[in-house]
Design a protein around this ligand. Sequence first.
Ligand SMILES: [Zn+2]
Length: 284
Amino acid sequence: MGLFGGLFKKESCGVCGAEVGALKRKKIADGAICKGCAAKCSPWFDDFKGATTASIQEQIEYRERNKNELRSFELGRSYGDFGAVLISADGKRFCALGKSSEGFFSSPRQIASIDEVIDMNPDIIPVSDVESVDVDIRETRDEHKRTENGRQVSYSPRRYTYKYTFVVDIRTKHPYAKNIRVQLNNGTVNINHEGERMPWVFDSTRNLADMLSEVPGFEKQKEVLAGDSLGAKVVRGLTSMATADSYTMYGFNVTPSNRASVEKYGRYVDMANEIRAALEPTEA
Ligand SMILES: [Zn+2]
């Protein structure tokens, strides 16, 4: 049998028995399954090559039980405008979706009720299964230029639009949802900015309380604030808010014209922090 014979040869799905051509089946360790059966697996499951007919069957049975359990999943907190992280009211379980909407015409949005996503059957994962939570803030930027004597030249200081995407990366011990990546923002957060953004590290916020506690007494604050440590920069950013027309937040120079977008950036930073606080394993 030649190449084409192999390509068009039908094989039956090990799980449901449907006859499927090469383009409509997924290879597993001991045969193949149809796309329909593959779709019944967890959206976070990617190890089809390491799966067997028996393990897929087992997973599909688990997925049916999961869907029933979702009906009694009491939603506590909901995060994300594109993907979603849904935390149970008791804080002990969570669900995650790569995209909170299905279909071409529905747009992703924040999930208000578990009923909205029951058809997508997100896995209910015990928080105790979480191994790590990482936040990935991806940055790109475009420079704006002006035309001078027919040439494109930079403004001085340079003007940019910084663009951000916020992704939460959750690793778990769950058998079918080991690597979860959820994008929180729907559309990039675009910040118009004069000059370079100053260094700012996401991790600094989790230790904000520690950094603030390092600040010596009030009389010494001026010296401290003049310093160049990350703590001093953060404190400067916070304390100058009330007094100055322009100030620094998250390393951005905030002006009336970009304030709303920097606040939006901050909203996703807070969101990511809350997800991390809710899910991250605590060292015992
Ligand atoms: Zn099948």
